[in-house]
Structure formats: structure tokens, C-alpha cells
Design a protein around this ligand. Sequence first.
Ligand code: PGA
Length: 248
Amino acid sequence: MRRSLVVGNWKMNGTLASGKALVQEIVSGLDNTNADIAVCPPFIYLSEIDKLLQGSHLKFGAQNIADQESGAYTGEVSASMLKEINCTYALVGHSERRSYYGDTNETVAARFNQALSQDVCPILCVGETLEQREQDKTFQVIDEQLNAVIDLVGIESFAKAVIAYEPVWAIGTGKTASDEQAQEVHQYIRQQIAKRDQSIADNMQILYGGSVKPDNAKALFAMADIDGGLIGGASLDAESFLGIYNSI
Ligand code: PGA
């Protein structure tokens, strides 16, 4: 039986004070360990957030991770730096990184590889734009995004990773994929993994992201291949984030 996971992606929001208050509220409202749960604050707050989470069921992750080990890469944060501060997860290939900051399938694969090298669990974000969906290219896009990573790191590495399916047209738009639309792609992703390794596919956490809210989470999470969510806007409020967690 797969465990579910709910991850909050704060993006570039809030202040140190509001982030600490949010984490404290989540920790004090967390009354079960039925699923895994994590928040991804901005890099600069991670060490401070870590201090609040010692011994807590709530883990934390980074929103990105460098594609290189170390060296002259101005502005990047390496996997070993993240490991040093107990970082559990790192998002790789979020659609905002792909569309605004030039991440390609190849650099995303390199980031994934770096995360694994330090035992930071990569959360690989994949998903199609509205245009690609309308042109019936959803599965092709997913294939390209997945294959670039599998080709670099090998399928075995997916035993220590998470995938998040986030249709770009559903991110921050209030338009959620229907439960069936999401399930269809989740099932497809699991099949692609299963073709290479059935047991990794059976155990793989595949999250859905894109305008998940407390009132639509339960139906999404009830779908056979949806193992939780990657939550943007609704993760900035403790009550709605916990509401989503509790709908697992
Ligand atoms: P959203 O963002 O929940 O605000 O749509 C999801 C994400 O970008 O991970």
C-alpha cells in the first residue's frame, strides 16, 4: 500500500515571520501521521524553518536544486548544501522554472541526479500546457519529460523519487483538472514506469498539482493512481493546507 504525500510549494511568498507562523500553525494542527507532509519555503528561510521542525512529522523541501555539484554557478544552491540542513525533498522541473528560467528536460534531469546523489528526494514535476493538451500532445510531452530523466539516472533511481503531475493550465488558475483527467495521466505515468519496473511503479508516489483546494482534494485523492498533492496557493494558509492533508 502506497503512503500518500502532501507538499506545500510556497513559491516566492511571505516573510520569515509569516513563514515561521505558518509552520507553527501547521505543526500544532497536525494530529495524525496517516500520510507524509512537507513544505517548500524559499531557500533563504529553510534553515530557520528546519529549527522549528526538529522531531516533527512535517518535513521540508527546496523549490529547486542546482544541476551541478559545486563551483562557479552564481545563484545556485547545491544538493550537498541542502543535505547539510536536513532537507528531505527538492522540487525539480516545476513548470515556472521551465517557462520563466529556462529549465529544459536535460537540466531538470541533471538537477534530479544531483538531488539523488545527496539523498535529497527529488519531486519531478511534469505536465502539459493548454496548447499541448488541445493538440493532443499530453502523453508525448509527459514521455519526453520522463524519458530525459530516466535516460540519465536509470529507472532504479525512481525508487527514491516522487513525481508530480501538474497540468500547466491548472496551476494558479483556479482550473483544476477533473478527477478523471488527472487519473488518466497519473495512470499513464505509472504505466510508463511499470513498463521498465513494475515494483517501482507500484510503490511510486505520484502527486497531482494545480489548484488543489480543501473542497476538491478528497475526490482527486480518491483516484486510484493519485497519491496526494503538490499544493501552491492553498498551502499558504494552515487551515486549508491541513484541510487538504486531512482529506487523504
Ligand atoms: P497552485 O500551484 O496550487 O497554486 O495551482 C501548484 C503548484 O504550482 O505547484
